[in-house]
Structure formats: C-alpha cells, structure tokens
Write a protein that binds this ligand. Sequence first.
Ligand code: IMP
Ligand code: MG
Length: 186
Amino acid sequence: MSLYLPETTVCNGETFEVFITKDQIEARLDLLGKQIDKEFAGKKPILIGVLNGSFIFLADLMRNITIPCEVDFMKLSSYGDEKVSSGEVTELKHIDAKLKGRHVILVEDIIDTGLSMKYMIEKMESLEPESVKVVTLLHKKDATLHDVQIDYVGFEIPTKFVLGYGLDYAQEGRNLAQIYILKDDK
Ligand code: IMP
Ligand code: MG
C-alpha cells in the first residue's frame, strides 16, 4: 500500500503539518482494540460510525478487534464547510440496524464541543440498546461544552483545527493517512 503521508499539505489554501503520525495512530488503535476485546468478551457489540469523519478510524479500529462485532453508520452534519461548529445538528442518514437489546459502541472521529455526541447519546435512548459506550479518536477537551460520556479516547488534543485520517476541511483532506494541524497554530 502506498499511503499519502506528506510532511506538510495545503488544503483550501491553508498549510497543515504532521501532528499525529501513522505509527502513533497504529499503536493507539492496537491498545483500543485490545481494551474493547476484553470489555466486550462474550458479547457481540455493534459499532455505529458517525459519518463522514469516522470512516477511516472505524475501519482501522474494527480490524484491531478480534471478538465478533457488527457495524452500521449514521450521518450527522453540524459543521458545514467552516472550521467552527454551526451549533446545529442535522441527521442526514439514520441507523438501519435494530439496536434494541444490543451493546452499542458509538464511534466518532473527534469530539469538539460535544454537541454531536450529545445528540447521538440522546438518540440512543429511544432505540433501547442494552448498553452504550463512546469511543473517539480525538478529544478537544478544553473545547467541550456539553457534558458527554466518553469511554475510550485515542488522543486528547488542544483546541486547534486538525485534518486527515478521515477528518476534513470543507470536505478535503480526508485521504491523508495521518493527522495534521494548522501550521503556526500549534
Ligand atoms: P462537536 O459536535 O462540536 O463535538 O463536533 C464534532 C464534529 O465536528 C466532528 O465529528 C467533526 O466532524 C467536526 N470537527 C470538530 N473539530 C474538527 C477539526 O478540528 N477538524 C475537522 N473536523 C472537526
Ligand atoms: Mg464527525
């Protein structure tokens, strides 16, 4: 495989540099997978990815899990094409799977203000799963305004705009194979 791993990249006219490397991501996902294996042993969790941003993280996380598990997706939109949240959550794709009685793991790329995750967790209440856990690759702890439960975190990061590994800037940059941060904004 020839992954896209530049040192710096220009996205929508702004320069980004490497912040979390492919090796760091792989090492963290190895541990997260082992933790989920252990905590869900004997159960068959269903991973619910929040589209679009989580698709790469979810695909890699799932391949680090060895117990039986399933996957489904839900699509939310709160950002538009800007670098700051619009403050509104719109559901663009519903969950197809029946979640009643299931062990659900919500998979996010990043928790920023926490608004999207708050929406997801509230949504779960009506779907009656047996249990709900939350895993996020990135957490901007200082930016989180909504009190949301987070069970597994890949990396705590500062309140800066990041890109790559599924995360976009106005829909671009998702194909970068590691995580980048706005240059001179570290
Ligand atoms: P929240 O609802 O404010 O927590 O925002 C969560 C969503 O905003 C994430 O699922 C991402 O899609 C997007 N987001 C937040 N911060 C960033 C960032 O730094 N880069 C790219 N997308 C981001
Ligand atoms: Mg997202």
